[in-house]
Design a protein around this ligand. Structure first.
Ligand SMILES: [Zn+2]
Length: 250
């Protein structure tokens, strides 16, 4: 058993007993962890009010051997996710961030860059950043860090360049865009406009373009459609928060 210190985002809280709960955290240095927080449900418990959904904390925990829950010994609040009282779409986007981290990351598999991106996303959602753009950037960054990024430049199957003058075929099962030769026989293929493909590429590169904005009414429906389709295929079911995201208009 080792005592560890790190930063963490609170992903889930489940009551365990009258006074304790099990908290799932996405940590910077240890990936996702599940820890018992004794006394967390008492009004003046040892964690004060740090264990709040989507809060960013500094934590100390005792790492148990395989199979046992870790034991949370300290949690100090660094930043509370405050958007709940102001904007429901932003709150849902925050829950969606937690859901994707919960579902797609593994226990004890650290991804410090993804942790930084998760913190940045929660802070941006709180700070009135462009909602559709913020969510898209997080989704793509998460897929990239975890090795699930769809191919957006070349055909996912044969690796040849795909011309973008007209609509492009995108195969969630194949893992990205498809050339004309590879398209036949592929399942669940959807059609992408060149603009939406460009928005995806730019979001991945961290570029912003006022002409090609993920929040633009012309693109956001198609954009949500392709991302939802891809993530549903990856998870094996639609993300729970997906239907609450709507088209992510602010
Ligand atoms: Zn091909």
């Amino acid at each position: 058993m080792a005592t560890e210190k790190t930063s963490a985002v609170v992903l889930r809280l489940v009551d365990f007993s009258e006074s304790s709960c099990v908290v799932t955290l996405f940590t910077r240095d240890f990936g996702k962890i599940a820890a018992l927080a004794k006394g967390a449900r008492r009004p003046k418990g040892p964690f004060d009010s740090a264990l709040d959904l989507l809060a960013i904390c500094r934590i100390v925990f005792i790492h148990k051997t395989t199979g046992a829950l870790d034991l949370l010994t300290e949690a100090k609040l660094e930043r509370r996710f405050r958007t709940a009282s102001r904007n429901l779409s932003r709150l849902y986007a925050g829950y969606y961030t937690a859901e994707l981290l919960m579902e797609l990351t593994e226990i004890a598999d650290p991804h410090p860059e993804l942790y930084a991106e998760a913190e940045r996303t929660l802070i941006d959602l709180d700070h009135d950043a462009n909602l559709a753009q913020t969510v898209l950037r997080f989704e793509l960054s998460l897929l990239q860090q975890l090795g699930y990024l769809p191919s957006l430049d070349v055909c996912a199957l044969c690796g040849t360049a795909v011309p973008v003058q007209r609509r492009i075929r995108f195969g969630p099962v194949a893992g990205g865009i498809l050339c004309d030769a590879c398209r036949p026989g592929q399942r669940q293929v959807v059609s992408l406009s060149p603009e939406v493909l460009q928005i995806l590429r730019q979001a991945l590169a961290g570029e912003a373009d006022s002409e090609l904005d993920a929040d633009h009414p012309r693109f956001r429906g198609e954009l949500r459609g392709v991302m939802n389709h891809y993530l549903t295929n990856l998870l094996g079911h639609p993300p729970r928060m997906q239907r609450y995201l709507g088209t992510l208009s602010t």
